[in-house]
Design a protein around this ligand. Sequence first.
Ligand code: NAP
Length: 227
Amino acid sequence: MTETILILGGTKEAAELAAKMATAKPSARIISSLAGRTREPKPLVGEMRIGGFGGPEGLANWLRSENVDQVIDATHPFATQISSNAKQACMATGTPLQVRTRRPWVERQGDRWQHVGDIGEAVEALPPNGRILLALGSQHIKPFAVRKDVWFLVRMIDAPKTPLSLHNHHLLLERPSPDWRDERAMLVKHGITMIICRNSGGAGAYAKVEAARNLDLPIIMIGRADG
Ligand code: NAP
């Protein structure tokens, strides 16, 4: 019987893993699952399915109907709901689960991080009158609307479905560059005085942290719930 592997993805690492597994196991069915947040996801090696499963029960049903032999959770470390669903669904169906979570970034010499626990703390930690790069997903922007004293540069891959509720802001529709020199140029161009981001870990989004170090800019770093 054909081996079927489900990769819960949405990250660069998950896409790389799908390509690696397709080469290592040419006769297996490698299915990558995306939530559907990005309108035009990059093509992936193997099969791709898009959209939620309908909670842990929906995922468990899907695992059964597709005869999945193994699940690999390679989702973003802040995507905690789907990871919890995967644990429950795998337990319910007896499907082996491998969790591959990125390690958080560690503060290095020259970094000026202020550690906060969540978005609410980040809103309060903002000094007045700054020019802030908000490097967060669209669903996390709204709480910053109360800070009418601050100007925000909001970077997203896709335009938000509804206009942002922020008072003073500019929307930058582009993917982050993996090269810190590009990120530095972007920060300088917009006169950014501080960055707010989450400690996602991984190489893909690290260039802004390197650029901030180079420019001696502070970062409000939102930590993970699990530390
Ligand atoms: P989340 O809060 O953990 O998940 C919310 C719901 O979205 C889940 O209950 C599930 O719906 C669906 N979902 C999430 N990931 C899915 C996947 N890979 N395949 C199918 N359904 C999925 O997740 P999130 O923070 O919204 O992130 C969504 C996706 O974007 C994740 O796959 C993640 O890897 C990727 N991503 C997230 C971030 C971030 O900052 N959170 C950054 C980059 C990429 P059902 O309950 O209906 O199954």
